[in-house]
Design a protein around this ligand. Structure first.
Ligand code: DMJ
Length: 616
């Protein structure tokens, strides 16, 4: 028979006919082959992740972000783009970014194995500041954590949930009654705009609150906020007299954090848009900016009350972090040049006793009245000296030297201990101490601590003592009131300590500085008392400031039933609730090793350490 097949197995001694092998396989064999391929696949996949270059590859993927997965743009050589298509691409980008956050995981942070984590309690003996840190170093290698980060401790988890509920209550009501306005009036349930924002509705609470939403995992609210910013935040047709300082710390700072968190270029573009509106204020003889700028005309001026038309130390001295970061992510040096010029002016000036007066004249470059303060008008200038150094990954050594010198002078001339043993920072006016401390100065507990823990020198133990002392004093100012909330200013006299005297000093407007120091000191020392004190604040806020329509400030902390001021400040969302939430979280959530908070509590990434820096 033609084509008759002699079974091959009869020739080869095989148990399987060759003809059968060629055409079909038995199910068991199919499985075996599948298994081999699957194993190969898994090996190749894992090899990719464990190759020494993974950090780089993954980082590049993260840096490219959504662009890697998006179709190439069709618009070439200046051809007009279809705005709808652009919108769709933007939306797609966000989704890819969000998904990649969840699926791809964040880029690995490469750490020097000799680096000590800030989040670890200090183990060096204060009496031996020169002791080599080597044995206490903790090698770590992980990705920055932006949300999640539950603490292992049950009680802290429950407390953190309470704080998240507070944020939900504050946000929901803002959304309901004041959406797009700057702030909420929670009692009368309507919008509010403080003079610092001018009369325009710029959604200050949205921009200030967004990173807190992100950290708390409030995704739906975050998405709605993003849409509002994308479609409504535009100063081109608005004529508003803006505070350069407030606009920078809340709007520019807030948007920069959002860009860093998400990689969404919309936030970067908006930050540039807003910062550019501030630039005319820098056109002075010295480069020291004026306080107020009109968003349409660029006309700028200083406050009439500020020492003969002076600029204010805490205002022109609180731009450095945002402006240098803006230059790094845009590749445009013009922002950094502005703040470098300010630095050049102040570093060359003679300082009375090494102290910085609160006022400087932007034309002559001379100091105004010799008032010095770590509270109102001075505060965040000192904060930004330390933080500019931290943000630069300690490369901006000049900033650290200026910080050390300034704090040495303040420690010597303005820090005092009361008869009752409370450490405080007094104000100074023309060589005389005014034994009063502002609530604003309560951030100094955290500042001294952060400064001490990030560079050990002969001031280490004294600065840690002051850090703990100031934080304790601010806690006393809270616990000595009927409401357990702290007054706007408190005094130290023969008769009273850590209490307000005048009625204009007795209000509490949801300020964050005390809980800011609790959070920082908790992370630096791991002393349980800071968490307990934070919880006391949560309870007091719930008792005296919570109303049906949100959270309000109160007019007298010493009253059992205080009058309400009917303002939910945007910094309550940006700072007070964020710091409380982080106080009850794991230290890895917005780690102090990777982030540095701007003065409005918007975390900015540390250069060369944090892959979310996203430099251009
Ligand atoms: C915030 O806007 C910032 O913390 C600023 O540095 C000082 N004042 C408020 C909060 O009190």
């Amino acid at each position: 028979m033609p084509g008759a097949i002699i079974p091959q197995y009869q020739r080869l001694g095989s148990s399987v006919p060759v003809s059968v092998i060629r055409r079909s396989l038995r199910p068991r064999e199919k499985c075996l082959i599948l298994l081999v391929f699957a194993t190969l696949g898994i090996v190749v996949f894992w090899a990719f992740f464990y190759l020494p270059e993974y950090g780089k590859v993954s980082y590049q993927v993260q840096k490219a972000g959504a662009d890697l997965l998006l179709p190439p743009s069709e618009s070439k050589h200046g051809e007009a783009e279809d705005p709808h298509k652009r919108d769709d691409i933007e939306k797609l980008k966000i989704r890819i970014e969000n998904d990649s956050d969840k699926v791809l995981d964040k880029p690995e942070v490469k750490r020097d194995s000799t680096e000590r984590s800030l989040d670890q309690p200090e183990v060096i003996q204060a009496s031996d500041p020169s002791k080599d840190l080597g044995e206490n170093l903790i090698p770590r290698s992980r990705s920055p954590m932006l949300n999640g980060g539950e603490d292992r401790d049950d009680k802290s988890r429950e407390r953190r949930n309470v704080v998240k509920k507070m944020m939900q209550h504050a946000w929901e009501n803002y959304e309901l009654y004041a959406w797009g306005k700057n702030e909420l009036r929670p009692v009368t349930k309507r919008g509010h705009s403080a003079s610092i924002f001018g009369s325009a509705s710029l959604g200050a609470s949205i921009i200030d609150g967004m990173d807190t939403l992100y950290i708390m995992g409030m995704d739906a609210e975050f998405q709605k906020g993003r849409d509002w910013i994308a479609h409504n935040l535009n100063l081109d047709n608005v004529s508003a007299d803006l505070s350069v300082f407030e606009t920078n710390i809340r709007f520019v700072g807030g948007l920069l954090t959002l860009f860093s968190f998400t990689g969404d270029s919309m936030y970067k573009d908006k930050a540039v848009h807003i910062a550019d509106k501030l630039l005319p204020a820098f056109n002075t003889q010295t480069g020291i900016p004026l306080a107020i700028v009109n968003s349409r005309t660029g006309t700028s001026k200083n406050y009439g009350w500020a020492s003969g038309g002076s600029s204010i130390l805490s205002e022109f001295g609180t731009l450095h972090m945002e402006f240098t970061y803006l230059s790094d992510i845009t590749g445009d040096p013009k922002y950094r040049e502005k703040v470098d010029r300010i630095r050049d002016v102040i570093k060359k000036m003679d300082k009375p006793k090494g102290l910085y007066p609160n006022y400087i004249h932007p034309r002559s470059g001379k100091w105004g009245q010799a008032h010095m303060s770590l509270g109102a008008l001075g505060d965040s200038f000192y904060e930004y000296l330390l933080k500019a150094w931290l943000q630069s990954n300690k490369q901006d050594v000049e900033a650290r030297i200026l910080y050390d010198d300034a704090m040495q002078a303040i420690t010597e001339h303005m820090v005092r201990t009361s008869q009752g043993g409370l450490i405080y920072v007094s104000d100074m006016k023309f060589d005389r101490l005014e034994h009063k401390m502002d609530h604003l100065a309560c951030f100094a507990g955290g500042l001294y601590g952060l400064g001490a823990k990030t560079q050990h020198n002969d001031q280490f133990s004294r600065h840690m003592e002051i850090a703990e002392g100031i934080t304790n004093t601010c806690h006393e100012s809270y616990s000595r009131s009927n409401t357990k909330l702290g007054p706007e200013s408190f005094r130290f006299t023969d008769a009273i300590e850590a209490k307000a005297l005048k009625s204009t000093e007795k209000y509490y407007i949801l300020r964050p500085e005390t809980v800011e120091s609790y959070m920082i000191m908790w992370r630096l020392t791991k002393e349980q008392k800071y968490r307990e004190w934070g919880w006391e604040v949560v309870q007091a806020l719930e008792r005296h400031c919570k109303v049906e329509g949100g959270y309000t400030g109160i007019k007298n902390v010493y009253s059992d039933d205080p009058q309400k001021d009917d303002v939910q400040q945007s910094f309550f969302l940006a700072e007070t609730l964020k710091y409380l939430y982080l106080l009850f979280s794991d230290d890895n959530l917005i780690s102090l090793d990777e982030w540095v908070f701007n003065t409005e509590a918007h975390p900015l990434p540390i250069k060369d350490v944090n892959p979310y820096y996203r430099a251009a």
